[in-house]
Design a protein around this ligand. Sequence first.
Ligand code: NDP
Ligand code: BG6
Length: 509
Amino acid sequence: MNPTSIKKRNLSGTTMVVFGASGDLTSRKIIPALASLAEQNQLPSEFSLVGVARSNYSEQEFRNLVLESAANSEAMEGIIDQVHYLKGDYNQLSTYQALSKLLESIEQYRSTGTSRLFYLATVPSLFGTISSLLGESGLSSNPPVGYSRIIIEKPFGDDVQSAETLNRDMHTSFDEEQIYRIDHYLGKETVQNLLALRFSNAIFEPIWNRNYVNNVQITVAEQLGIGHRGTFYEHAGALKDIVQNHMMQILSLVLMEAPATMDPIAIQNEKVKVLSSIEIPKVDEVCNRVVRGQYHAGVINSDEVRGYREEKDVDPNSGTETFVAMRLAVDNWRWAGIPIFIRTGKRMPKRETQVVMEFNRAPHLPFVGNSARQLGPNRLILKIQPEEEIKLVFGAKVPGQEYNIRSVAMDFSYSETFREISWDAYERLILDAMIGDRTLFLRSDEVIKAWEIVEPIQKAFSDPGFPLYPYAAGTYGPKESNKLLQQSGHYWHNSLARLTRKNLDIDQG
Ligand code: NDP
Ligand code: BG6
């Protein structure tokens, strides 16, 4: 039995209420995750689902939608009688009064408590209103047996001030312990493995600092464009969509100190500490440290793809960035002086999320002539997706009479090593919220710290004179992003691969 199924035994009867029942996130992520949990017999034995939205569905129509989104999973069909729909406007108190009655009738015959999990999979501007009205209608208080919890999805505000307002609004109805802020990157196995790698091995921590690490590179590259989310993306851009949340989470796990235990508070404390140590750039310095770009038409996998400004619901003169690269500095004992490079972009050559720890070169090479010319620095490459791998790059002797040294790689692959099924992030996070395990959720102060780092960049971007460099779809962003690193003699991991591919057996990306 795996640990999660042991935890499941403690789950009381639960009703999950999804605000945004007719939306994209619900059909693409939440329902498939529930279906998969049902298949694996991981849902509480008395589980009900209530969808709330404005769309005029009958209960049967909503059930059909759920079955469709669950790819007609048999397990979901088994619990479809426990799926309900409530039509209502989130701004009206009457919606919550009707919800309260529906929940009471669902829970009437339950012997295992009245646990309620409210999932706000809807427009973020309504988060404050929904949580206030849940409070006003008495739905936010923890019942004597069971719980009342609320899950919210990023973005958590638009800047420091609005994030603080959202926290305050939510806290008027829910205690911090009842609030589960999802960053789905924390639900990814390989992101969690960053902690396992660092803190379950004795060999990495001693060299995980400024004495041995030369620079750190974090890349979240997406091959996809913005799909049908033009309206959303025009407002967000890469900085708010990916950097403020997913990248800050990866970065804090890579750079934080060791927590004393895996207790959620211990981990969150360390994440907040390292986020607090990141140097906040001054608005007028941003142009020296940050490059933003926007994709134009190009070719990916031999297919021609349109440019960002030609996408649906995008302003033909849009100034929204689809690419950001930046150099960050951490003002603490462990990382002082070490550049941390991060970048993210849409329409890049391939989907690739990875962390590269690049180590200092050997202080002296005793090999004669040019024999070690092809030797790159040691690197530890933590591939988060789509392949889930860890790769250590080091020098090895090429067979032969002479001492020719070449970079080679030692690989660990998740899929080749483990036979256990890797859970989808949403499965893991939804189950953890039911269990009450807050380790993989964000605390209010983490969110604020991440906004504090991003806000000056946001302000600099709002100046129409701030450069927005074009890049062709299917490339690794504007060349200015390479220059950002070259200023200090560094190279993006993939750029180095391109420059030297002829000479290297490794580093295909
Ligand atoms: P959608 O626009 O697809 O869905 C919005 C939902 O909210 C619909 O069900 C809509 O109902 C409902 N709704 C909106 N206003 C009201 C209202 N006043 N009263 C009642 N219902 C209302 O949004 P997404 O699913 O894309 O996004 C949801 C959340 O998830 C957002 O916070 C987003 O940032 C986040 N997110 C989304 C991701 C994605 O891939 N989609 C990825 C990561 C996060 P109706 O249509 O019936 O009016
Ligand atoms: C979401 C962003 O949070 O993450 C999307 O809103 C992005 O724009 C997505 O595509 C990436 O998630 P993943 O899991 O596919 O890397």
